[in-house]
Design a protein around this ligand. Structure first.
Ligand SMILES: *[C@@H]1O[C@H](CO)[C@@H](O)[C@H](O)[C@H]1NC(C)=O
Ligand SMILES: *[C@@H]1O[C@H](CO)[C@@H](O)[C@H](O)[C@H]1NC(C)=O
Ligand SMILES: *[C@@H]1O[C@H](CO)[C@@H](O)[C@H](O)[C@H]1NC(C)=O
Ligand SMILES: *[C@@H]1O[C@H](CO)[C@@H](O)[C@H](O)[C@H]1NC(C)=O
Ligand SMILES: *[C@@H]1O[C@H](CO)[C@@H](O)[C@H](O)[C@H]1NC(C)=O
Ligand SMILES: *[C@@H]1O[C@H](CO)[C@@H](O)[C@H](O)[C@H]1NC(C)=O
Length: 306
């Protein structure tokens, strides 16, 4: 019983320790630099100091400060530590570029100039993250009543969570989503492809959301229903047909009007000629129909052009 309690206690303390370490993880963005913090001012009292930064059990940086001011720093992967660290107490380790392979690695600082260096002065956990590309969403050809949507994004870390929404609020039916995330062999960055296959009406809006928890970043892409375009096309077709018909009708009316006018003018001219023949001597009135006729003739071609 006592042993059980003791074990539970140990397990609990271990779990809380893990939780604390998890919280203390420093986020490094892939390709950028990051500083793993370690400040320990008590070392200021020592005269000769040597330290080691280790990644897991591997020594990645060694440094020795002598009382005569001589400093020796050697490191792998061009890691950096401040040369006056013992003066400032700032032993932070700077990584010039973060690699996704270093996700969830623990870095520890040990003081090796003292007898007892079994316990690290600092332990810092590093987690790494990279942004995904803006998702590409495609509506693929339907198979029967079912429509297939494809959502693709690449170059992120760690593996993302993918969500789909229909009309902004509806989750897709169970079993309709298949997501595959594959880690690229060299970079360990992820490509993610998700398929949504469902009976979704063409009017529905479909969104694909890619969430990177580490980066606290969500990217989304939306496919608007296809209703918009065909309706607009149909409407514009109707408009075209209507306006063409209107033009034709107006044109025909104008031409008919012009010919009718010409016909009327000719008729009246003939009548007037007959009238003039019967009643000569009223010259000034005779000119009016002439001018009217030429105006009508001039007007004719102009309007038929329209
Ligand atoms: C510091 O190191 C130097 C060289 O290793 C040594 O000569 C000196 O005695 C050391 N000083 C102390 C205080 O240990
Ligand atoms: C320690 O040094 C690093 C750079 O090496 C710097 O980013 C960090 O702010 C420093 N920390 C403190 C507490 O001064
Ligand atoms: C070494 O350090 C550990 C942890 O800090 C401590 O428990 C232990 O007593 C130390 N041993 C010696 C010999 O100082
Ligand atoms: C990952 O995605 C990129 C861009 O879409 C593509 O060029 C590459 O071939 C993909 N790699 C794998 C392993 O799927
Ligand atoms: C889709 O709808 C068709 C007919 O409307 C039906 O036969 C089919 O089972 C439906 N598929 C799913 C997955 O609901
Ligand atoms: C989404 O909305 C459109 C119209 O806005 C509607 O026709 C369609 O049925 C809706 N789809 C779902 C799955 O609710």
């Amino acid at each position: 019983m006592a042993v059980d309690l003791w074990r539970t206690g140990l397990l609990l303390s271990f779990l809380t320790l893990c939780a604390c370490l998890e919280e203390e993880c420093v986020l490094g963005i892939v390709g950028r630099s990051v500083s793993l913090p370690c400040v320990y001012s008590e070392l200021l009292t020592f005269v000769n100091i040597s330290i080691e930064w280790r990644r897991g059990s591997e020594v990645v940086l060694k440094s020795k400060w002598r009382e005569d001011g001589n400093v020796e720093i050697c490191s792998t992967n061009s890691l950096i530590i401040s040369a006056d660290a013992p003066l400032t107490g700032n032993f932070s380790l700077k990584l010039p570029t973060v690699d996704p392979k270093e996700d969830k690695t623990y870095y520890s600082l040990f003081v090796t100039s003292q007898g007892n260096h079994s316990a690290p002065l600092c332990t810092v956990c590093l987690k790494t993250a990279a942004s995904f590309s803006s998702p590409l969403l495609l509506r693929e050809e339907a198979q029967g009543d079912e429509t297939v949507f494809l959502c693709h994004s690449s170059g992120g870390f760690p593996a993302p969570a993918v969500y789909w929404f229909i009309n902004d609020t509806h989750e897709p039916p169970e079993g309709s989503v298949k997501t595959q995330a594959s880690s690229l062999p060299h970079s360990r960055l992820y490509n993610v492809t998700s398929h949504l296959t469902a009976n979704i009406s063409k009017e529905s809006r479909v969104s694909c959301i890619i969430e990177n928890m580490y980066m606290k970043e969500t990217l989304s892409s939306t496919s608007y229903g296809v209703r918009g375009s065909p309706v607009v096309r149909r409407a514009s077709e109707a408009m075209w047909m209507f306006s063409t018909a209107l033009c034709v009708v107006v044109g025909v009316m104008v031409v008919a009007g012009v010919f009718y006018q010409i016909h009327l003018d000719r008729v009246s001219k003939k009548k007037k000629k007959q009238y003039q023949h019967s009643r000569p001597g009223r010259g000034h009135r005779r000119r009016e129909p002439d001018t009217e006729e030429t105006e009508a003739m001039k007007l004719g071609p102009k309007e038929t052009d329209v």
